[in-house]
Design a protein around this ligand. Structure first.
Ligand code: ZN
Length: 669
C-alpha cells in the first residue's frame, strides 16, 4: 500500500479547514475574507492533492461540493469516451495560435469553425437506447462519473424519448439555470431555511447531487445539448449539422451558434458574442470554438487532458462603474463586522447588483472609498461583487473619508480590533445581530437541518420576543406561533415538527451547529467519530482532542475553551435539558478501512463471494469498484482464471492481490 507523507496529510487538513472557514465566512456571515481567485487557488490545491492521494479524501471534503470526483452516494458510470474539457484561452492572440497549431497538424490552409456560447453550468452525458433515455451521468473525473439518471429524468428539457426512428445515441451537454430562475430558487431556499446559491453553476451542481429526485424536480434546471458522441455513425458530418440534428431529436435550440470561415472570423465573432451574452437569460463565461468538420476530430484526437479539435475562449471578467450611496456594517455570527457598500443598481454578469463588499477597514482605507464616489465593480462569477477602485476624477469635493464606527451598529457596544487582525468584532455575545445569525447557523442544512427556519423567520420570531437564544427554539409553543403573520396552523405545526426532529441529529452536526470557533464540518465529524457522545467529548482533554485526526492544536484549544467557558457549557447544558440528544455518528469502520478511497477492479472468480457481494463489501469499506483497469486504479483483485485485466494491471504497475489478501483487507480496521 502506498503511504501518504505526513506533510501531505497535514497540508490537506489545513486546506480543508481553511476552505470551510472561508465558505462559512462567505455563506453564514456574507463576509468573504479573501478574493474569489484566492479561494479557487486553495480549492484547486486540495483537489490536486486528493487526486494524487485519493486515500486522504474525507467523505465531507469541500472538494466534493464542486463535483470533481464521483461521489460514493451514486453508482459509478465509466464513460465510453472520456469526457475531457476544452483548454481555455483568454486572448485573440491565443486563438490565432490555436488555429496555427491545428492547421499545421492537418496541413490545412484554412479551417472552418463552429462557435457556440459556453454555458456556465454542469456537464452531463445522456445515453439513449432505442431512442429511450437509459442513463445520465456527471462528468466526474472525466473517465467515470455519477449515475444521476433519476435526477436528470426530472428535467423537462431532456427528452425521455427522442423524436424520429429508434437510435442508440450518447449526447453531451450542460445543465444550467436561468438567472431569474436562480433568483426564485434562492428565495424559496431562504424560505425553507436552505442555503442559497452564489451562481447558476453552483446551483445546478448542488441540485444534481441531491439524493431525492422529487426535490430535484422542484429546481428549475434546464439542459442544452452540444455534442453527439460518434456522430459519423449517424451520418452527421459537421458540428453545425450536429446542432441541427440534436434539435430534430427534440433538444432545446442552441442560441448564437454560427459557422466561421477562418480564425479571423472566429475572433470577430467572439467579440460580438461577448456583447450579445448580456442579452441572454442565462450565464455564459465564454465561447466554444470547434473545428466544424467532425471527421477531422478523429484525426486530431486528444492529449491526455483535452481534445485538440476545440478550444474555449473565456470572456474577461465584467466590470462596470456605479456610485456608492451608503456604507453599512454587517455583523456576522461570530461578531465579525463587514463593511458593505450599497450602490446604484447596475446590471453585471446577468444579475442586478445593489451591494458590493468592502471586506474590512483596511480595504476601505486602501481604496479610499467614500460615499458618493463613482467606483469600478467586478463580479467574477463566484462571489458577491467587489469594488476594484475609485474614479477620483469624478469627485465633487464634498465626499468625506469613511470613518469606521467605534460602536456596533446593532447593539451599540464598542467594537474591538484584535492585534494583528484586520477583522473588527463586536464582542458582545448577546448582540442581537450575532444571536440571530447563530440561530440561523444552528438550524442550517449542514448543521441541525431545521427546515423552515431561515433568516426571515428567525428575525420574525426574535422581533416577536419568542426567540432570544438557541435553546428557546425548543420552548416554542404552537399557540404563540399561529397568530403570527405568514404563520398558520399548518406552518406552525411543520416548524415545530422540524424542531422536534432536530433533537436526535448526529453528534457531528451538533458540534458544528453550536458554533465552536475553528470547528468546521470536517473537524466536527472527526471529533464525533472519536468520542461518540457529547458527554465524552466535553470531558476530553486538550491532548486527547489534539490526537484526533483532522484536529490540530489550535482547534483542540478552541474546543476546550468553548466547553470550559460559561457561555459554551451553558448552551450545551440548556440544549440537553431541552431534550436534545445527539446521536452517535455512524460509519467509523468506513473511516479507517484499508480500502477507503481506493479504486478497485475485480477480475476472475472469487471462492467466497459473488462479484456483486465483493462489490458491495468494497463500497461498504469506502472503496470504489470500477470496471476497467487504468493507471488510476489502486488495486486489482484477481480470483480464479482472471482475464486480461490482470495482465493490463501488471503492465501498468498496478498492484494485484489474491482473494485471501483481499478478505484480510476487508477486515482490516
Ligand atoms: Zn453588536
Amino acid at each position: 500500500m502506498r503511504t501518504v507523507p505526513r506533510s501531505v496529510r497535514e497540508e490537506a487538513r489545513r486546506l480543508r479547514e481553511e476552505i470551510e472557514e472561508h465558505n462559512r465566512l462567505y455563506y453564514d456571515e456574507a463576509a468573504p475574507a479573501i478574493s474569489d481567485d484566492e479561494f479557487d487557488r486553495l480549492l484547486e490545491r486540495l483537489i490536486a492533492l486528493e487526486r494524487e492521494h485519493p486515500e486522504i479524501r474525507t467523505p465531507d471534503s469541500p472538494t466534493l461540493r464542486v463535483g470533481g470526483a464521483p461521489s460514493d452516494k451514486f453508482e459509478t458510470v465509466v464513460h465510453s469516451v472520456p469526457m475531457l474539457s476544452l483548454d481555455n484561452t483568454y486572448s485573440p492572440e491565443e486563438l490565432v495560435e490555436f488555429d496555427a497549431r491545428t492547421r499545421k497538424l492537418l496541413r490545412a490552409e484554412s479551417l472552418d469553425y463552429a462557435v457556440e456560447f459556453k454555458l456556465d453550468g454542469v456537464a452531463v452525458a445522456l445515453s439513449y437506447r432505442e431512442s429511450v433515455l437509459a442513463r445520465g451521468a456527471t462528468r466526474g473525473d472525466g473517465s467515470a462519473g455519477d449515475d444521476i439518471t433519476a435526477n436528470l429524468r426530472t428535467l423537462r428539457s431532456i427528452p425521455l424519448r427522442l423524436r424520429g426512428d429508434p437510435v442508440d445515441l450518447e449526447v453531451r451537454g450542460e445543465v444550467y439555470l436561468r438567472f431569474t430562475d436562480l433568483e426564485k430558487m434562492n428565495e424559496r431556499q431562504e424560505e425553507i431555511g436552505g442555503r442559497s446559491f452564489a451562481n447558476p453553476r453552483n446551483a445546478a451542481a448542488g441540485s444534481l447531487k441531491l439524493l431525492d429526485p422529487a426535490e430535484v424536480a422542484k429546481r428549475p434546471l434546464r439542459f442544452l445539448a452540444y455534442q453527439i458522441v460518434s456522430p459519423l455513425a449517424l451520418g452527421v458530418r459537421t458540428q453545425l449539422e450536429a446542432i441541427e440534428t440534436l434539435r430534430a431529436f427534440g433538444f432545446a435550440r442552441t442560441e448564437g451558434a454560427s459557422l466561421c470561415r477562418g480564425i479571423d472570423a472566429v475572433v470577430r465573432r467572439c467579440e460580438e458574442m461577448s456583447e450579445e451574452r448580456h442579452r441572454l437569460p442565462y450565464g455564459t463565461d465564454g465561447v466554444v470554438v470547434k473545428v466544424n468538420d467532425l471527421s477531422l476530430h478523429v484525426r486530431l484526437g486528444a492529449t491526455s487532458k483535452s481534445p485538440r479539435w476545440g478550444i474555449a475562449y473565456k470572456f474577461p471578467a465584467e466590470k462596470k462603474t456605479t456610485v456608492i450611496r451608503r456604507i453599512v456594517l454587517q455583523v456576522g455570527r461570530t461578531g465579525a463586522v463587514t463593511p458593505v457598500a450599497e450602490v446604484d443598481p447596475v446590471r453585471l454578469a446577468g444579475t442586478v447588483v445593489r451591494r458590493a463588499t468592502l471586506h474590512n477597514e483596511e480595504e476601505i482605507r486602501r481604496l479610499d472609498a467614500r460615499v458618493g464616489d463613482r467606483v469600478w465593480i467586478e463580479k467574477s462569477g463566484e462571489i458577491i461583487p467587489r469594488i476594484l477602485g475609485v474614479e477620483p476624477g469624478e469627485r465633487k469635493g464634498d465626499e468625506e473619508p469613511f470613518r469606521f464606527p467605534d460602536a456596533c451598529p446593532v447593539c451599540g457596544e464598542p467594537l474591538e480590533r484584535a492585534e494583528g487582525e484586520v477583522v473588527v468584532r463586536c464582542e458582545n455575545p448577546s448582540c442581537p445581530a450575532q444571536v440571530r445569525r447563530r440561530i440561523v447557523h444552528y438550524a442550517s442544512r449542514d448543521a441541525m437541518d431545521i427546515e423552515g427556519l431561515g433568516i426571515k423567520v428567525v428575525e420574525q420570531l426574535a422581533d416577536s420576543g419568542l426567540l432570544a437564544e438557541i435553546p428557546d427554539l425548543y420552548r416554542l409553543q404552537k399557540e404563540a406561533l399561529v397568530p403570527l403573520e405568514r404563520f398558520g396552523e399548518k406552518s406552525a405545526e411543520n416548524l415545530l415538527r422540524a424542531i422536534e426532529e432536530s433533537k436526535s441529529r448526529p453528534l457531528d452536526r451538533f458540534l458544528f451547529a453550536v458554533g465552536i470557533r475553528h470547528v468546521g464540518r470536517t473537524t466536527a465529524r472527526a471529533i464525533a467519530l472519536r468520542f461518540q457522545t457529547i458527554e465524552k467529548t466535553m470531558r476530553a482533554g486538550e491532548d486527547e482532542l489534539a490526537a484526533v485526526g483532522d484536529v490540530g492544536p489550535v482547534v483542540a484549544r478552541s474546543a476546550l475553551h468553548f466547553f470550559e467557558s460559561a457561555k459554551g457549557r451553558l448552551l450545551v447544558e440548556d440544549l440537553l435539558a431541552a431534550g436534545v440528544r445527539p446521536a452517535p455518528v455512524e460509519g467509523p469502520a468506513k473511516e479507517t478501512s484499508a480500502l477507503r478511497g481506493k479504486k478497485i477492479v475485480l477480475t476472475g472468480t472469487l471462492a467466497s463471494l459473488t462479484r456483486e457481494e465483493a462489490r458491495e463489501r468494497i463500497e461498504a469499506a469506502g472503496g470504489k469498484a470500477v470496471a476497467s483497469v487504468s493507471a488510476k486504479t489502486d488495486l486489482v483483485v484477481a480470483g480464479d482464471s482472471p482475464g486480461s485485466k490482470k495482465t493490463k494491471a501488471e503492465a501498468l504497475g498496478v498492484r494485484v492481490i489474491g482473494e485471501k489478501e483481499f478478505l484480510s483487507m476487508l477486515e482490516e480496521k
